[in-house]
Design a protein around this ligand. Structure first.
Ligand SMILES: [Zn+2]
Length: 213
């Protein structure tokens, strides 16, 4: 593939991804976040590396990492975009401490993942296959995502596979349950997917702190 071809195909890929994130973001009531999503992909550090490694069949960031062992585009991207959970991991020299991720970025992350599903599966896309993807993904997250945020996504992807209805109200509901003190919900029928009650105990004030828009 010529450089010019890779240039325009990568540009088009970003636009398509932004379109689908915007589509899901509108359902979740965050159209502005959806519109601004991933603009840093047009920054020269991110854009030109990804043009160089563009193949159309897999992520240019993955290709670059395979080639060089690291990707400056990725370091730039995760450092500038709080909708990536990697943005919220500190103290790497102590093994990594994942912080609690504010609600609005959890919503944007949901939209980003669903949009990626649309890109990879096209017409085959379904919320059931997204749940399958999540069930694999969560195995990698033990040290890089707060257990309460993992649980939030656990609720969300299960609910989506079951009810197939993405709304801000639903996300808000599960964020509240995931973040709030556990004992409140253990014996509660509302706690639908709580088969494995995690060991963490959230703080009541966390929900209000992290839910502000
Ligand atoms: Zn991103």
């Amino acid at each position: 593939m010529s450089y010019i071809e890779k240039f325009f195909k990568h540009f088009w890929m970003i636009c398509k991804h932004k379109y689908w994130v915007f589509y899901f973001a509108c359902k979740c009531g965050i159209p502005v976040r959806g519109f601004l999503h991933d603009f840093s992909k047009f920054h020269p550090t991110e854009f030109f590396e990804s043009v160089k490694y563009y193949t159309g069949t897999k992520s240019p960031i993955v290709s670059c990492k395979e080639d060089k062992g690291y990707s400056l585009a990725w370091l730039h991207h995760k450092g500038h975009n709080p909708h990536h959970y990697e943005y919220w991991v500190d103290n790497l020299d102590k093994g990594g401490i994942p912080l609690l991720i504010p609600f609005k970025y959890c919503v944007e992350m949901t939209c980003d993942w669903l949009a990626a599903g649309k890109a990879y599966q096209g017409k085959e896309f379904s919320y059931e296959s997204e749940l399958k993807w999540w069930n694999n993904k969560k195995k990698e997250l033990q040290h890089s995502m707060d257990s309460r945020i993992i649980e939030f996504f656990e609720f969300v992807f299960n609910d989506l596979a079951y009810n197939k209805n993405l709304t801000k109200k639903m996300l808000d509901y599960y964020y509240h349950i995931a973040i709030s003190p556990r004992e409140k919900y253990v014996d509660n029928s509302e706690y639908e997917y709580g088969h494995n009650v995690p060991s963490h105990v959230g703080k009541d004030e966390d929900y209000y702190l992290y839910h502000k828009d």
